[in-house]
Design a protein around this ligand. Sequence first.
Ligand code: PLP
Length: 457
Amino acid sequence: MAAIEKRSRHEWQELDKEHHLHPFTNHKELHKKRSRIITRADGVYIYDIDGNRFLDGMSGLWCVNAGYGRDELVDAATQQMHELPYYNNFFQCSHPPAIELAAALEEISQPQFRRVFFAGSGSESNDTIVRMVRTYWDLLGQPQRHTIISRKNAYHGSTVAAASLSGMKPMHRQSGLPIPGIVHVEQPYWFGSDRSMSPGKFGVAAARSIEDKINEIGSDKVAAFIGEPIQGAGGVIIPPASYWPEVQRICDEYGILLISDEVITGFGRLGEWFGADYFGIRPDFMPFAKGVTSGYLPLGGVFISDRVADVLIDKGGEFFHGYTYSGHPAACAVALANVRLLQREGLIERVRDDIGPYLQKGWQSLAEHPLVGEARMTGLMGALELVRSKQPVERFDEKQGAGTICRDALIDNGLVLRAVGDTIICAPPFTLTHEEADELIGIAWKCLDLTQQALDA
Ligand SMILES: *Cc1c(COP(=O)(O)O)cnc(C)c1O
């Protein structure tokens, strides 16, 4: 019955090398080493084909929030696929999983959100937003309000529009991005600055770079601002507390739409349903994906505030946009089961009151290591900054590859974390136990030692 052949590691590595191009991968380097073949997972652990076990400190790609091996999510998909594996939401049709999920999402979101539009991924969700934002201003008779402000080093996805919203230079260089009408301002990365300002002052200054950009372009030309509550792929940049209130003030003052990209922070990662709840902001749009299904099936979508949705519905006629898999029934059924699971098990409260604070305390203890210039974590989303010297702070030369050395040591010792330059990042499943948190911190400390030794050698 199984469609997947059983083969040896070597056979799969060869087939992979011959036939499979991977996302965000240098294939020459990959082909020298071959792929790690992951075959199963349970709880917070993944296993490779040789039976090696790894604690997954990244929840896959920030998505397996409920942990692996959740029968209720599998059953939801199975049942739905027997009943109605696919039908679309075009042409005046709808189906129960999409309807029920949309209604459930209304319950858990801020009051301005009553409606969602479904997509297949976070990137698609952000593409949807670019089109909705511009359509909204067109319908209000302000077509010149076209420009969307984003931030350097942001990550909003990899389709053409989402990669344009992203602020990553290597992505832009490869394909002539960003598309017109998308500009980037400073990120609130205090440790990455010269640290001459207090974090509080720095947070306000970073927010004011949005205001400066608005004044430079002309406030009548700015449509929206987009930001991740905490920048994820950019290196878990936790903004100073002063940042988001000032961003909200600026968006309010100039009447521009605020987009909170909740693809990572949504569905509980910060101990609240959404990052916007955690930081006390009131966005007009919230794209989501990843954690909505705990990654068990692909699904994305956009929360649309009444301010926007009412205009699109009342004045817009047909909105010429949608995806074949907008509101895929099996994905929606899994998402609904996942929301109910988070509620029933109180996993978001657990992130806020129990495992969040517990892991944060252990994570902070890593700051005592001579290699760590800063340890930061909010909810279950954290970063370590590797430094050559703590006082004064001196970073390593990029060529030394300190982050990569550390990341490889971590994997060799059974812990998956990621390196963004010399920043080591962490985002484990919400089901992490205290013992597993201790294991994570223990391996991390040991690998900081190993990294130190490798760099000294
Ligand atoms: C991953 C991510 C995206 C893109 O989501 P995909 O499902 O990979 O297209 C968008 N925004 C943020 C903040 C992300 O982390």
